[in-house]
Write a protein that binds this ligand. Structure first.
Ligand code: ZN
Length: 208
């Protein structure tokens, strides 16, 4: 790819925005008030705003390998804290995707260096749900189910944080688990019943 093309594209993009709204960038410069925090995978095929049809200013985005919410990752924790406590988003989404290379790597026996500790969090998801996953014979189905269960566990990790617990209590902030199906383009709401998932364990994580 010619990087020159990126700057040409940028000029076209500016013109297309201004042709619809001459004040577009002036308004954008005033600040942001997104209602949604999206935590997704860094995979180049899963494009956050584009797949949701949202534009600048509408969604606060964090992406990392396999859409993980890890309590000692200062990056994701800062994003969650800023979005929830300061931007006051009312919805937090963890969006996984089928064919996720991070999830696939975590299903294999391979030393991947610096990626090992990151991917071990997905191996822990497998361990928690081993009985269900081991019962699935088809490898692709097992892989897809691990993608979904990983989304669920990252939603649970969000709920373990004080920011989310406080916002849930004070303004009924909602946590959602979604999956993007690359092969069809479809965004799927997993409709995870987080109250049910946390029924017997929430007491352990309660902070606020
Ligand atoms: Zn991925």
């Amino acid at each position: 790819m010619e990087l020159k093309k990126v700057f040409e594209n940028n000029k076209k993009w500016i013109n297309s925005k201004l042709s619809k709204d001459s004040e577009f960038f002036k308004e954008l410069g005033k600040g942001q008030n997104p209602e949604l925090l999206y935590i997704g995978c860094s995979d180049s095929r899963v494009t956050a705003e584009d797949l949701m049809g949202l534009g600048p200013g509408e969604v606060f985005v964090h992406r990392n390998i396999a859409n993980m919410v890890i309590s000692i990752d200062l990056n994701v924790m800062s994003v969650v804290n800023y979005a929830v406590d300061h931007l006051k988003v009312n919805h937090v989404v963890v969006c996984g995707h089928y064919s996720c290379g991070g999830v696939k790597a975590a299903m294999q026996s391979a030393d991947l260096g610096i990626l090992n500790p990151w991917l071990r969090n997905i191996r822990d998801v497998y361990r928690i749900h081993k009985a269900e996953l081991d019962a699935i014979e088809n490898e692709d189905e097992k892989y897809n189910r691990l993608v979904e269960l990983n989304v669920q566990e990252q939603c649970v990790n969000l709920i373990k944080t004080a920011s989310i617990q406080k916002a849930y209590r004070d303004r009924n902030l909602q946590v959602h688990g979604w999956v993007f199906d690359i092969s069809s383009g479809k965004l799927i709401d997993l409709n995870i019943d987080l109250e049910e998932v946390l029924k017997n364990i929430m007491g352990i994580y309660h902070l606020d």
